[in-house]
Design a protein around this ligand. Structure first.
Ligand SMILES: [Zn+2]
Length: 67
């Protein structure tokens, strides 16, 4: 089962060249919650609760991204 998540365009893409990944975990870009043990690492992916906060505007002016 694929968990729900939202894909965002990262405002400041992180250069991961040379970084050591211990596992291909897909983590939330906001709270580091592990979304999935596979399919990652994903840039600009946030978990469902954070996605809901973003959609509701609760994080406006805190988190920004390009539409
Ligand atoms: Zn999150």
């Amino acid at each position: 089962m694929i968990p729900k998540h939202y894909e965002l365009k990262p405002v400041e893409p992180v250069d991961t060249t040379g970084m050591i990944m211990t596992a291909a975990l897909m983590c939330c870009g906001l709270c580091d919650r592990v979304i999935s043990g596979m399919g990652g690492p994903g840039n600009g992916i946030v978990c469902e609760p954070c996605g809901e906060l973003l959609k509701s505007g609760a994080l406006r002016n805190i988190v920004t991204w390009e539409e």
